[in-house]
Design a protein around this ligand. Structure first.
Ligand SMILES: Nc1ncnc2c1ncn2[C@@H]1O[C@H](COP(=O)(O)OP(=O)(O)O)[C@@H](O)[C@H]1O
Ligand SMILES: CC(C)(COP(=O)(O)O)[C@@H](O)C(=O)NCCC(=O)O
Length: 332
């Protein structure tokens, strides 16, 4: 999908200026307006299930699912259905009889700590409960990070999450195999506990109807290699993309407060990469979290993540308490 330069400028003003208007490539809705589009979409999750799906520090509840996610689920259902019809029509046009399925791929982007994982998990559950019972799989891009041993060797530990810290070739090969309808495609996995890729542990994706692909980098374009060859980018494989947005100071607070809560939980585990921060003083731990936020994640947000926002088909803009305030949907 191409957008004109003037559209990119207009979108770059989001979310401070989410009014829409003739020049914006987005339709912009308040949460209340957006919630009406759910029409008669049934609520198929219970309060307990939502609680199980949400990440630490993300207070999303059934009300938010009703307000925001049911309309989103309905919209995605329309997109998936249309793409399946188009796929069948193309097969007929080409007189092809093979039964290969091409999964519908949804990308979810946004800053570290903005709540991508919660959104991805809730969507995956809602979509899997459509009457057609599609097979839905979820992959996070952190498995495609280079292992710490390589990042350390290359002096890149403070670049974790930056474009150069991912094995982009492996990521593109994975998506390409998925889109080609290949069975049993393996994705590497990551542990937030050990803060590293898990050696020899893979997630196997076997011809889903829908794949949700979540990570900070999924809307990034790739720098042209020195030989000038045109290379695909991750979003070339997406049928729909979502950017989760919030004001910088809110994401900063969410990152630091999550870090402080992790001290009480995950960091207590001696296996945790951050175990040493479970025992230092609260002030010292807060200073560490501030350092990680400002020196790594905020820089990455400014340099590499926020600039990808105008590529998204849909932008969920969150306010206090992770509650969605505005939804911007790209005009087709
Ligand atoms: N150091 C950590 N230890 C354990 N879990 C973590 C740690 N950092 C992040 N997480 C968890 O990893 C998941 C992904 O976090 P993140 O990449 O910041 O994305 P987001 O907050 O947008 O989902 C979240 O569920 C978060 O709670
Ligand atoms: C692993 C992450 C880069 C997120 O990766 P993603 O799943 O979005 O590909 C991030 O959680 C992270 O560890 N950032 C590095 C700085 C920090 O420790 O917060």
């Amino acid at each position: 999908m191409t957008i004109a330069a003037k559209d990119i400028d207009a979108a770059a003003d989001l979310p401070g200026n989410l009014q829409g208007g003739d020049y914006s490539p987005y339709h912009v809705f308040s949460a209340a307006e957006w919630s009406r589009f759910r029409a008669d979409t049934p609520l198929t999750l219970t309060a307990d299930e939502v609680q199980r799906l949400r990440s630490l520090n993300d207070p999303v509840d059934l009300r938010e699912v009703r307000r925001i996610y049911l309309s989103l689920s309905r919209l995605l259902s329309a997109h998936v259905e249309a793409s399946q019809i188009l796929f069948q029509q193309r097969k007929r046009f080409l007189s092809m009889s093979d039964e290969t399925k091409t999964p519908f791929v949804i990308g979810i982007a946004g800053s570290v700590a903005v709540g991508k994982s919660t959104t991805a998990r809730i969507l995956a559950e809602l979509l899997a409960r459509w009457p057609s019972s599609p097979k839905v799989d979820l992959i996070t891009t952190d498995g495609f990070l280079y292992p710490n041993a390589i990042l350390q060797r290359e002096n890149m530990m403070d670049r974790k999450g930056f474009p150069e810290s991912y094995d982009i070739g492996a990521l593109l090969r994975f998506l390409s195999a998925i889109k080609a309808g290949q069975p049993n495609v393996k994705a590497p996995t990551y542990s937030h506990l050990t803060y590293d890729v898990i050696p020899d542990r893979f997630q196997t994706i076997d011809r889903p109807d829908i794949l949700i692909f979540e990570g900070i980098n999924v809307l990034q374009s790739r720098n042209l290699p020195a030989d000038g060859k045109i290379v695909p980018m991750v979003s070339d494989f997406f049928d729909f993309s979502i950017y989760i947005d919030a004001e910088e100071n809110l994401i900063h607070n969410w990152y630091v407060s999550r870090f402080m809560r992790l001290r009480e939980t995950a960091f207590k585990d001696p296996q945790s990469f951050f175990h040493r921060y479970a025992t230092i003083s609260e002030d010292a731990a807060r200073a560490i979290a501030e350092g990680l936020w400002h020196n790594i994640n905020l820089k990455n947000l400014h340099q590499n993540i926020l600039p990808t926002r105008p590529r998204a088909d849909l932008i969920l803009q969150k306010g206090q308490n992770h509650l969605t305030q505005t939804v911007a949907l790209r005009k087709l």
